[in-house]
Design a protein around this ligand. Sequence first.
Ligand SMILES: NC(=O)c1ccc[n+]([C@@H]2O[C@H](COP(=O)([O-])OP(=O)(O)OC[C@H]3O[C@@H](n4cnc5c(N)ncnc54)[C@H](O)[C@@H]3O)[C@@H](O)[C@H]2O)c1
Length: 299
Amino acid sequence: MANLCEGRVAIVTGAARGVGKENALLLAKEGAKVVVNDLGGAVDGTGADTTPAQVVANEIIAGGGEAVVNGDDVSSWDGAKNMIDQAIDTYGSLDILVNNAGILRDRMLVNMTEEEWDSVIQVHLKGTFAPSRHAAAYWRQKNKDTGEPANGRIVNTTSTSGIYGNMGQTNYGAAKAGIAAFTIIAARELRRIGVTVNAISPSAYTRMTEGLREMTEEEIAVRAPSWVSPAVVYLCSQEAEDLTGRIIQAGGGMVAVCEGWRRGAEMDQMADPSELGPHLRKMCESVRKNSGMDGMELD
Ligand SMILES: NC(=O)c1ccc[n+]([C@@H]2O[C@H](COP(=O)([O-])OP(=O)(O)OC[C@H]3O[C@@H](n4cnc5c(N)ncnc54)[C@H](O)[C@@H]3O)[C@@H](O)[C@H]2O)c1
């Protein structure tokens, strides 16, 4: 069988370790030339070091593939542009953008600092927007110049924290829910130039999640970040040209397609809040709860 991404040029952000590393390795195994982006900071985003990204690039090259390192901060407008330009200058095109870089600054809302909020929103949300924006401009120009579909792929990285809600992560969850919405809107906008936009919600044992709870060897093995990458790589492939606007959970023993917000119980509008109240309650009782709402009723 032919490689799924033969000759395609891919950028994977945050590819020095964890899920991003496995995405980069599998894309390379499937024939893609890879720009291995990573700022190389700590899990909270502090610091910078391109050595881990170089290790991943070396591993790809040692396996017979092609890779270069990029050390830009994905949340910098100019850095993101530089990263897109580097792919095009080095390999002659850009076909795939996997927005994976991320940090954590967990804190309960009552104690969260402005800095904890801003840094997480910055890296995840702007770090998805800025590279996507520059890549989209490149693909739109390509589409104009050739009259052909640009055949681009964006795979973003969301989280169950954003789509279902996790306590202690209002900053991270809001950013990740924003990424899910961004994915759907960008998919609708870029469809006409032949670019798909999807998002992965990973479940993986990485430095980001290793401290969350004790796990057995088997539990860790089933959460190896490499289990996330097959879905990512398929969405990046030429074959997946008709799959767009989807949020896919992957890793930890399963792959699942997420279903989004739907309008539930409905009634005609009412001007009087006291009159509206009982009807609103009845409707809330008749629909499925949002994830995590069990036990939230006040005594
Ligand atoms: N591990 C999980 O179970 C899980 C669950 C849900 C979502 N995610 C998401 O998956 C992605 C990867 O997470 P991971 O678990 O592999 O974590 P990780 O910490 O192992 O990897 C994240 C990488 O992103 C890089 N990075 C951070 N800020 C950057 C920036 N501004 N520019 C460039 N690179 C930057 C880091 O240096 C790091 O190498 C993240 O977006 C994370 O939020 C992970």
